[in-house]
Design a protein around this ligand. Structure first.
Ligand SMILES: C[S@@+](CC[C@H](N)C(=O)[O-])C[C@H]1O[C@@H](n2cnc3c(N)ncnc32)[C@H](O)[C@@H]1O
Length: 383
């Protein structure tokens, strides 16, 4: 893709009404809503429906839960409308545990959301369990060592994956070429498409540091980046109707996708807009690291005498399958803040902009002739 540009639009409004986004105009939704019946979101939900505060005040947990989900349902209806046929929505959601009126119970948010998604016409696909590490001292709840009154600790969240309509088709030669450039490395695919993710933790910290922002309710950058790269191709339009701190926008920029982020709370403007100042360096480092990880994989595979039959034509680097020959990361050149919270990103079309010391000739399957720069490998191992 030559001289690629993407645009990123931040809309501060209620996502229950997205009439300014045309029907069938979005290629992928990646999002995480406020979680019903998790206390930190009570106020946010109550602002949108006074009945929720009343229900909580009367200790009517089931009524509060139902009303909170009615708010989310309206957003899922809009998500269905704006998605193109054959496109996906990936929704990160955790269940809630709560004691209301002396009764401790689980509020199964993921099941409630999935039921609504199926009712409005989405098809469910295998979901992902994202296993988080809970570091709280009160990790174990209930009657301690005594049976029949202790509760399992919730340490996982769901990523629900649903599709609107039938399978997406890539018909023209240009569409097929773009899809090939958007591919994943074989070793990434084996981890990214597994149904339990345990390796995503703390990776948001690097971004948090770069953007000096609080990320208490934010999902990790890696989570958004993976989903975008698994379920869309370069140039697609990504929507996050619950944008929060702007992680999905940042991941879309890094991935060469366009995006729209919707957020009801305007105070997030001060958190989202600094993205522009840091995203070029952050993204290019991130893409560089991704390539270095592939080189480390190649090195190990050569040492294990396992086959690497193909060469990626952009990086002159061995890959396992023919589908990886055209993978290409577009590094970022500039980010411009245009008017009304619209950002425009330009990308380089040259692979050497990753500053990777590319081997002068293809790596070969003989360990002694491997041209990987050893300092880069040790950098990677030190991470
Ligand atoms: C779990 S947070 C999203 C975090 C985000 N993924 C990130 O990485 O920062 C949910 C967000 O949805 C926003 N929100 C709640 N109700 C909304 C609505 N009706 N329309 C748009 N945004 C809403 C909240 O203000 C909050 O920022």
């Amino acid at each position: 893709m030559i001289n690629m540009k993407t645009t990123h639009n931040i809309l501060f409004q209620d996502a229950r009404d997205l009439k300014n986004i045309p029907s069938e105009s979005v290629d992928l939704v990646v999002t995480s809503p406020p979680y019903p019946m998790i206390e930190m979101w009570d106020e946010m939900f109550s602002h949108q429906n006074q009945g929720i505060q009343d229900a909580l005040a009367c200790s009517d947990g089931m009524q509060a839960y139902a009303l909170m989900h009615q708010i989310l349902d309206a957003v899922w209806d809009e998500v269905f409308r704006v998605l193109k046929n054959g496109r996906f929505a990936c929704i990160n959601i955790g269940d809630a545990t709560r004691t209301v009126n002396g009764n401790f119970c689980l509020y199964p948010n993921h099941a409630r959301i999935l039921t609504h998604l199926l009712n409005i016409g989405f098809s469910a696909l295998p979901d992902i369990l994202w296993r988080k590490q809970a570091n709280t001292p009160n990790k174990f709840m209930g009657s301690g060592m005594l049976p029949a009154g202790a509760y399992v600790t919730l340490e996982h969240e769901y990523i629900l994956i649903v599709r609107k309509g039938s399978k997406r088709e890539f018909k023209t030669e240009a569409e097929k070429e773009n899809r090939r450039e958007s591919g994943l490395f074989w070793e990434e695919r084996n981890i990214w498409y597994s149904d339990v993710w345990t390796d995503i933790k703390g990776t948001g910290q690097k971004l948090a540091k770069a953007m000096s922002r609080s990320r208490s309710a934010a999902f990790p950058f890696d989570l958004a980046y993976r989903l975008i790269n698994m379920y869309s191709v370069k140039g697609d339009m990504i929507l996050d109707p619950f944008l929060g701190t702007g992680t999905t926008t940042a991941a879309a920029m890094t991935s060469g996708r366009n995006s729209i982020g919707v957020e009801i709370d305007e105070s997030f403007q001060h958190v989202i807009c600094p993205i522009a100042h840091h995203i070029v360096d952050f993204s290019n480092d991130y893409l560089h690291d991704r390539l270095l990880r592939h080189y480390a994989f190649v090195e190990n595979r050569i040492q294990d005498s396992k086959p690497l039959k193909y060469i990626n034509k952009h990086y002159n680097c061995p890959v396992v399958t023919s589908q990886e020959q055209f993978i290409f990361f577009n590094t970022l050149e500039t980010v411009q803040a245009c008017k009304d919270n619209i950002f425009e990103v330009t990308y380089s079309s040259k692979s050497q902009d990753l500053n990777f010391e590319k081997p002068s000739e293809p790596l070969v399957r003989n360990k002694t002739k491997t041209r990987i720069n050893p300092s880069q490998l040790s950098m990677l191992n030190a991470q």
